[in-house]
Write a protein that binds this ligand. Structure first.
Ligand SMILES: *Cc1c(COP(=O)(O)O)cnc(C)c1O
Length: 497
């Protein structure tokens, strides 16, 4: 299997090269040149395996330049017993006959990003060993909150790596901020950026393609890579849990092998739902991919109307990890749906850069509409849904998951589609205690994040994840705040160059 760039079809690299580099030098994203197929027999066979076994089976389709031993080392390291608070790693919780919650937040940082970021360091160190001998990898991360912590935790003290995280100064929750600024490890650095997530992300992208920095890096035997979902090594682990969820639906007797499911994903950068698209294209029977957005509903408009337009107000919502106006991974979908046409992608991406908007062809829009449904929900709807689900099922969901549940229920009501749904649950509710607490309680007494955790526990009796409970009282190690324009200098400073 080879990988090419969404902006240049003459690029041809192995998976190790794609993962080690992170982003193609033409600014495009790496994509496999074909999508491997799973038969129902494959699905049946995979169903009998545990999560580690399932992960290996899916990864081997995409990482054909990895040896069996390397794949074993990667999946065993990432998903070993004890790292996730469920032996199933990504368990399904059956809410009712239609709604199945895929709990993707059982990892060390309580957010779904762990699913990929526990594996990525292993994939990256194997990839670097194959392609960049004697070079230290510098991981640059722009985060809307959860990626930063999950990447720091995944990469901490991994030999031959250095990790630098940028987050929007007012764009993350106090809990997320403290999780990052108290990070331990000898190869980690964290800096706040004056701006929003898109500023942090475009700043990181600019550094990646900056010729001066590249030269300085080469002289010092350093190479950039990315832990954002633009890295193929972030995306491929996410395909696994959709295949796994389908297998679990069959095993639980919720569906028969071959029956269709719907998949609902609370979406920001379009990485998680793109992984679901890959699972569908591989052969998992999926009827609709349902893209759920918050008030930043640029994707709802695009998937239903064909025009992507980021020229709109940016809202800071109760689901901050989805407060994004430029969804990077959409580029991969555009590339595939244009028939692997790099010139179409170049044209659309240059329109996005110059005008902030583009419109796709009627053909592409009709393909999109047959694959995807889309909807959005504001903060009131989010909180109402948290309360309803808690009162009805005694099950507590976070704000991001609530957006997905609300959009799914609206979709099911509007269309009458009764296909059982797998709803991606992307964070533990205690990560967003303030919003969750105000959703289920008419009068909140606490004023700081940690007393809210305790108050939420008193009101619901739901277990507080130990890694959040022990944050209280820790002193931040990283307090820097920089302008976006200072990012290149901050990076060089952190690396002592
Ligand atoms: C990152 C994140 C999302 C959005 O996922 P994308 O892959 O960026 O679409 C949703 N919910 C939570 C809690 C997240 O951390």
């Amino acid at each position: 299997m080879f990988y090419t760039s969404t902006r240049d079809n003459t690029v041809k690299v192995t998976s190790a090269q794609a993962i080690a580099k992170g982003i193609s030098s033409d600014g495009g994203l790496f994509v496999p040149t074909e999508i491997p197929k799973l038969s129902l027999d494959d699905l049946k066979r995979i169903s009998s395996l545990d999560y580690i076994g399932r992960a290996k089976e899916i990864l081997r389709f995409y990482l054909t330049d990895f040896t069996e031993d390397e794949l074993d080392m990667c999946v065993n390291g990432a998903y070993k017993k004890g790292k996730f608070s469920s032996d199933k790693v990504a368990p399904l919780y059956k809410l009712n006959d239609r709604e199945n919650i895929l709990e993707l937040w059982r990892g060390p940082t309580c957010a779904f990003k762990d699913m990929a970021l526990q594996l990525l360091p292993y994939l990256l160190s194997v990839s670097a060993g194959k392609t960049l001998k004697d070079t230290k990898i510098v991981i640059l991360v722009a985060t809307s909150g959860d990626t930063g912590k999950a990447a720091l935790e995944g990469f901490r003290d991994v030999p031959n790596t250095e990790i630098l995280v940028f987050y929007p100064v007012d764009g993350v929750s106090p809990m997320q901020k403290l999780q990052m600024t108290t990070q331990e490890g000898s190869n980690v650095n964290v800096c706040a950026i004056k701006g929003n997530f898109d500023d942090a992300q475009s700043g990181v992208k600019a550094i990646f393609t900056d010729k001066e920095t590249e030269k300085k890096f080469a002289e010092n035997k350093l190479a950039f890579s990315s832990a954002n979902s633009i890295n193929w090594g972030r995306l491929v682990p996410q395909i696994v849990y959709y295949v796994s969820a389908y297998c679990d639906m069959v095993s639980a007797g919720s569906i028969k092998l071959g029956d269709e499911i719907n998949i609902v994903v609370p979406t920001g950068n379009f990485g998680n739902i793109l992984a679901a698209y890959y699972a569908k294209e591989m052969g998992v029977p999926v009827k609709k991919l349902i893209c759920a957005s918050n008030a930043n509903n640029v994707l709802t408009d695009f998937l239903t109307g064909g025009t992507y337009d980021k020229n709109r107000d940016f809202y800071c919502t109760a689901s901050p990890s989805m407060d994004i106006l430029i969804s990077s991974n959409l580029e991969r979908l555009l590339y595939i749906l244009s028939g692997y046409d790099d010139s179409t992608v170049r044209e659309l991406m240059s329109k996005l850069a110059s005008d902030g908007r583009y419109t796709v062809s009627d053909k592409m829009l009709s393909d999109i509409k047959s694959l995807f449904a889309a909807g959005y929900c504001d903060d009131n709807g989010t909180k109402r849904t948290i309360r309803e689900i808690f009162e009805k099922y005694d099950y507590l969901i976070d704000t991001h998951t609530a957006v997905a549940v609300r959009v799914y229920e609206d979709y099911a009501e509007k269309t009458g589609d009764a296909t059982p749904a797998v709803i991606a649950s992307t964070a533990n509710p205690y990560k967003f205690s303030a919003s969750v607490l105000s959703a289920i309680s008419d009068r909140v007494e606490s004023t700081d994040e940690f007393s809210m955790v305790d108050e939420l526990y008193k009101k619901t009796g739901k277990e507080i994840p130990v890694q959040l409970a022990t944050l209280k009282g820790k002193t931040p190690r990283f307090t820097g705040v920089a302008e976006k324009s200072e990012m290149p200098a901050v990076v060089l400073g952190m690396l002592g160059l």
